[in-house]
Design a binder for this molecule. Structure first.
Ligand SMILES: Cc1ncc(COP(=O)(O)O)c(C=O)c1O
Length: 387
């Protein structure tokens, strides 16, 4: 939340966007323009020095040994899983008999990446309080085909990594953390992405967002890091002597330059997001048709989204009313993965998915632009309270 803008009358209708990238751009444009100029004058556009610098700074910030920039968060998930297939099985891909447990309430890419790596996603239910994978549902889904777990730290809220890592240890499963929405969040003393193999997205709307697509994979294992780096450049240690079925999936030097600037400000922006969440928590409590989000105990939420539940089947109506008042909202996500055509005949489900279905019908994400003013937030709150 920013307080350096003129306060407006909270009764006056205005536009309050869900996210305001031009506002963020205005804040950082001088620094970013300079960084971009340095790249264009050096012209090292592919894996230039900024990429290495960003990887080192991210590894140090996240407390991991290895970080590799890739072309998107989706590629980060796919490459993490493919590298695990190569290192763990000696084969290029997993087989459809191999099962990876994934929450059904997430963005498409989480489950899609499992298919790209040759395995089968097994969709399980979420904890209704946190919207994240229910560790008990995950434990009940483990069988002799299970090879891995994919906790998705949805909306910036950490999954209960103590329970997830315990389950993984017990059954010798790998853990790929989908950290696309949770850059900078932590569980206990550790940043997310440092528990298992971490897959990050730098899509512009993320907490650390670039000027286009980008991503990164983190790992503490050297052998895995080597294969990840090979896969992102056509599967070879040497440029012209490939060993694996790889990709052209490098993080652009221009994106790395933008992200290096933004990384310096990410802690402050995450604090702004938490301040907005706490404002909503304080001012929206007590409405009997609205359930506010809760953070997992022991975790630090970074609120990529502030997602409420609108009860009594009124979600779409509330969204429409807010739209009429100029307030941007979004439904993340209206369709659970186990109901998408993409996964029909290609996935399994385990246990009831009742909480997932309920969440899809009730969720609404409110404006969370970190540079929103208190007056704008007051307007959002007032519009909701007046409904
Ligand atoms: C939970 C989750 N996983 C994966 C991704 C994929 O990231 P990208 O869009 O950078 O490919 C996203 C991005 O929207 C996401 O929200």
């Amino acid at each position: 939340m920013s307080d350096n803008r003129p306060a407006n009358n909270p009764n006056q209708p205005r536009q309050v966007p869900l996210l305001d990238l031009p506002r963020q751009q205005a804040e950082f444009s001088a620094e970013i323009d300079e960084a971009l100029k340095r790249v264009t004058s050096g012209a090292a556009y592919i894996l230039g020095p900024e990429v290495k610098m960003l990887e080192q700074q991210l590894a140090s910030y996240l407390g991991v040994a290895h970080c590799s920039g890739v072309a998107s968060g989706t590629d980060a998930l796919v490459i993490a899983l493919r590298a695990l297939a190569i290192v763990r099985t000696g084969k290029e891909y997993f087989s459809p008999d191999d099962e990876v447990i994934v929450p059904s309430f997430t963005f498409t890419a989480s489950g899609e990446a499992v298919l790209h790596a040759g395995a089968t996603p097994v969709f399980v239910d979420i904890d209704p309080a946190t919207f994240n994978i229910n560790p008990e549902a995950a434990a009940a889904a483990v069988n002799s085909h299970t090879i891995g777990l994919m906790p998705v730290h949805l909306f910036g809220n950490p999954c209960p990594m103590d329970a997830i890592m315990e389950l993984a240890r017990k059954h010798d499963l790998f853990v790929v953390e989908d950290v696309a929405q949770a850059f900078g969040a932590s569980f206990g003393p550790s940043k997310l992405g440092s528990f298992g193999t971490g897959a990050f997205s730098f899509f512009p709307s993320k907490n650390l967002g670039g000027f286009g697509d980008g991503g990164a994979v983190t790992t503490g294992e050297e052998e895995l890091a080597t294969v990840i780096r090979m896969l992102r450049t056509h599967g070879g240690r040497d440029k012209y002597n490939a060993e694996h079925i790889g990709y052209n999936s490098r993080l652009d030097t221009l994106q790395a330059a933008v992200l290096l600037v933004k990384l310096k400000h990410v802690e402050r922006l995450n604090r702004c997001r938490r301040a907005i969440a706490s404002y909503y928590d304080q001012h929206l409590c007590g409405l009997d048709w609205l359930t506010l989000p809760s953070a997992v105990p022991g975790g630090e939420h970074v609120y990529n989204q502030y997602t409420v539940r609108v009860l009594n089947g009124k979600r779409d109506l509330v969204q429409e009313k807010l739209r009429e008042k100029g307030i941007g909202t979004a439904v993340y996500y209206p369709v659970p993965l186990h109901r998408m055509n993409l996964f029909a005949g290609r996935c399994k489900t385990a246990g009831s998915l009742e909480q997932t279905e309920r969440a899809c019908a009730e969720v609404l994400s409110l404006p969370i632009e970190p540079l929103l003013t208190e007056a704008e937030l007051a307007y959002v709150v007032q519009c909701l309270r007046d409904l």
